[in-house]
Ligand binder design. Structure first.
Ligand code: NAD
Ligand code: AHE
Ligand code: ZN
Length: 369
């Protein structure tokens, strides 16, 4: 079939809206009609050329919700008409990682996903003779896309696509990092570096977990009011701190953070996030994705004296199990998504979403089909 998509031909260049060929679902795969997709900083990260795994030409997007319109042979867990959220972290429930119950990082299809192809090693997208790569196994910047059934979470049909698409990455990553990865307990002091589409969800996750102080660090003063609405208790703009930021945060938390989260992708901030943690037990969780060649460093003494460095992908959530629960929490009013969706655009104007991101104007832009 033909479908409309935003194609990235080259790093750093605007996406081009094109009609692309899409082959139908093969065994174990589903065809999804996209209804809405968020634009995450990670899409921009790969578009910019900073991603060591970046491949071109490609159809980006990994934060989507839609409807199953066709299924390939052998598909049993979803059917035509089901509403789904797409999963860049699938959940096969059969691989060593899924069976371990120690990680959400299903390994069933990660190798081919990283090569921009489906599990059989081929792409479903093309233009003429040119193969177009899939992105993070999702490619949500297209009116239709094909995924393995293990990479979709069936969700309730009364939930609005233009809001729940954000559960496909940002919401689950932020709230999951607090609940599943860090396991923040009531009364804890939390520091969040970066109050964008991910960090604000860390803030609301920390509030739900019953954190005491929730301190946000961001260079953009416009982030403060929305962050406070979601549960932030203290806003720190590093530009206004006299002296050392880490020392300031240690003082503000009365000795160091119980938990800190880096939600920017900046290795200097990652170090500060670790070092503002409390001696003996503070846990720092890296969420931000750093560019090719970047490395983290600290004095080993920081770890010897009990601080713990962790990382999280998709907030440690198991997609098919946890994502439907997240949708229920939204529908029950337990989590706020509406305030974070600051802009909506049609696919034809998707490039504007990257400008809004760089200008610090948007939290999430949602593209509706
Ligand atoms: P965003 O652009 O919406 O937010 C980034 C925020 O960081 C902005 O508010 C910006 O003002 C702030 N910031 C930038 N530089 C700063 C600095 N030096 N000090 C303080 N604040 C600073 O991005 P996002 O969508 O929230 O994504 C954040 C990061 O998380 C990205 O690196 C993204 O790739 C990554 N991410 C990781 C996962 C995962 O599973 N690990 C999932 C989604 C996104
Ligand atoms: N390709 C990059 C890594 C990118 C990365 O870490 N991605 C996160 C999700 S970001 C969503 O917005 C992730 O899921 N990582 C686990 C995985 O298996 O990719 C690089 O540096 O190579
Ligand atoms: Zn993302």
């Amino acid at each position: 079939m033909k479908t409309r998509a935003a194609v990235a031909y080259e790093a750093g260049k605007p996406l081009v809206i094109e009609d692309v060929e899409l082959d139908g679902p093969k065994a174990g795969e589903v065809l999804v009609e996209m209804k809405a997709t968020g634009v995450c900083h990670t899409d921009e990260f790969t578009r910019s050329g900073a991603d060591p795994e970046g491949l071109f030409p490609v159809i980006f997007g990994h934060e989507g919700a839609g409807v199953v319109v066709d299924v390939g042979p052998g598909v049993t867990s979803v059917a035509k008409g089901d509403h789904v959220i797409l999963l860049y972290t699938p959940e096969c429930r059969a691989c060593k990682s899924c069976l371990s119950h120690k990680t959400n990082l299903c390994t069933a299809i990660r190798a081919t996903q990283g090569k921009g192809v489906m599990p059989d090693g081929t792409s479903r997208f093309s233009i003429g003779k040119t193969k177009i790569h899939h992105y993070m196994g999702c490619s949500t910047f297209a009116q239709h896309t094909v995924l393995p059934e293990i990479a979709v979470a069936k969700v309730r049909s009364d939930a609005p696509f233009d809001k729940i698409c954000y559960i496909g990455c940002g919401v689950t990553t932020g709230i999951g990092a607090v609940m599943y990865t860090a396991k923040v307990e009531p009364g804890a002091n939390v520091v969040v570096f970066g109050l964008g589409g991910i960090g604000l969800n860390v803030v609301q996750g920390a509030r739900i977990a019953g954190a005491d102080k929730i301190i946000g660090v961001d260079l953009n003063p416009a982030r403060e009011s929305l962050a406070r609405k979601l549960g932030l208790t203290h806003f720190v703009n590093p530009k206004n701190v006299q002296g050392d930021l880490v020392a300031h945060l240690v003082e503000l938390t009365g000795g160091g953070a119980d938990y800190s989260f880096e939600c920017v992708g900046n290795v200097t901030l990652m170090r500060q996030a670790l070092e503002c943690c409390h001696r003996g037990w503070g846990v720092s969780v890296i969420i931000g994705v750093a560019g090719a060649g970047q490395e983290i460093s600290t004095r080993p003494f920081q770890l010897v004296t009990g601080r713990v460095w962790k990382g999280t992908a998709f907030g440690g959530a198991r997609g098919r199990t946890d994502v439907p629960k997240m949708v229920d929490w939204y529908m029950d009013g337990k989590i706020d998504i509406d305030s974070l969706i600051t802009h909506k655009l049609p696919l034809a104007r998707i490039n504007e979403s990257f400008d809004l991101m760089h200008e610090g104007k948007s939290i999430r832009t949602v593209v509706e089909f």
